[in-house]
Write a protein that binds this ligand. Structure first.
Ligand code: GAL
Length: 426
């Protein structure tokens, strides 16, 4: 498995390098055999590996071989670095797990494949919510296939830990702190967390949503409005985050997200802020929602939904065989059978219409219901931490500020001011 340092080249540098290699004619032919797809992804935890195995299986039934290009590292920062290195050196994979505004950034490099042939034949425009279809297109043509909808604003809870501590399941931030105090007093870890920038940002955005609500979240973390970023509600968000920090154990630095989830699964810790890929870990461990674990909207955010849509971005291939296999991959991803099997393992819900919901558990059904309700209430918002809301340069700078705050005694006021400055990064 490839492991690459996580600093990502920013947009302008990448563009310059791509232009250089393109002008030098360095886009090499693929080394793939006849019916093969090479897919770069970062789904390496227990639940994730089971999910990606479904795609491999589906393709095998269509005679297409799977060449795995897995790059470990939650939220895909390492994978993004590996992808840039591959494209720059002229050997783009068939597809890569890329999502949100980054799809447009890659489109601007001129390295993407057009998969309209399959999208048109299968009527993707009528199967996908229009906002999702728009993200999957570059200049009006499909270049990516979506696999799911993850909800990020969840709190994962071990009810046995709550019981031992005499605490109750929290719905508000005040209740969250009450439960955390009781769990800590009972000698367990109140909050399972891994000190990695994307995990810090995951907690931060759920707290921002809980403190300020969806309108504040949109103004601050989607529109990057400087006054909102530096304003009193953001200061309050950081104050809340500072208090949350005190419930994290000393060994959290660098811990992977799935190991933090394991702490909740085995009762070492009581709660975790994480998107519903965490459910994939509970499910893979044979745990049942409602009894073995609880999926609760992050405190104070029940009426809102931070979405995170995974997709496979298709890269230009010169060989006809590769192009054909790529279309088979795109079609497989959008098939109802795959969307069902994949999402049952992944913890997410299908992104396209026409997938039966009968086999999905109570967390997934809640997600489906809340997605619809939040869409109507304009509180369905893109996840900043998971690359859905802003471009990669601004996102990287914002996440740097959040992590600095998590790892120092920086004041909330300074953090909010630094956030407003970071958001201007292009
Ligand atoms: C998210 C991604 C999920 C999940 C998670 C942990 O950004 O959308 O599919 O894999 O990171 O790596």
């Amino acid at each position: 498995m490839t492991k690459i340092p996580s600093r990502r080249p920013r947009g302008a540098a990448l563009r310059a390098l791509c232009a250089l290699f393109a002008s030098a004619g360095a886009i090499a032919p693929s080394s793939a055999t006849a019916a093969e797809v090479e897919v770069l992804h970062y789904w390496t935890s227990g639940g994730e590996a089971k999910s990606i195995a479904e795609l491999k299986k589906t393709l095998a039934t269509k005679g297409v071989n799977w060449k795995d290009f897995a790059v470990a590292g939650g939220a895909g920062e390492n994978a993004a670095t590996a992808l840039k290195a591959r494209v720059i050196s002229g050997g783009a994979p068939t597809a890569a797990q890329v999502k949100g505004p980054a799809i447009q950034e890659w489109g601007a490099e001129g390295v993407l494949a057009n998969i309209d042939a399959v999208a048109r034949a299968e009527k993707w425009d009528s199967l996908l919510p229009p906002a999702v279809a728009a993200v999957m297109k570059y200049k009006g043509s499909y270049v990516a296939a979506p696999v799911n909808v993850h909800r990020v604003n969840w709190l994962w809870v071990n009810p046995a830990v709550l019981k031992k501590a005499g605490a109750k399941a929290p719905a508000t931030l005040a209740e969250f702190f009450d439960a955390a105090d009781k769990i800590k007093a009972a000698g367990m870890v109140a909050l399972a967390h891994g000190g990695q920038p994307w995990q810090d940002a995951t907690v931060f955005e759920s707290v921002a949503l809980g403190v300020g609500g969806a309108e504040f979240y949109k103004k601050a973390l989607v529109q990057l409005d400087p006054a909102t970023l530096a304003g009193p509600t953001m200061v309050k968000t950081f104050d809340t985050l500072a208090r949350i920090k005190t419930y994290i154990d000393r060994d959290a630095a660098g811990r992977d997200w799935n190991l933090a989830t394991a702490m909740v699964i085995n009762g070492k810790a009581g709660m975790q802020f994480m998107g519903d890929w965490a459910k994939g870990e509970f499910t893979a461990a044979g745990k049942k929602p409602g009894t073995d674990f609880l999926c609760l909207p992050a405190p104070g955010t029940a009426a809102a939904y931070t979405f995170n849509i995974d997709s496979m971005l298709m890269f230009k291939k010169s060989r006809a065989d590769d192009q054909k296999s790529q279309l088979v991959l795109a079609s497989a991803i959008m098939s109802p059978a795959f969307q069902e099997a994949f999402n049952l393992n992944k913890g997410s819900i299908p992104v396209r219409s026409g997938v039966p919901s009968a086999k999905f558990d109570s967390c997934a059904l809640q997600s489906m219901k809340d997605m619809e309700a939040s869409g109507k209430a304009a509180s369905f918002v893109p996840s900043m931490a998971h690359n859905m809301a802003v471009g990669s340069a601004a996102q990287g700078a914002i996440m740097d500020v959040i992590s600095r705050f998590m790892n120092s005694s920086m004041s909330s006021k300074d953090a909010a001011a630094a956030l407003a400055k970071a958001a201007k990064t292009k």
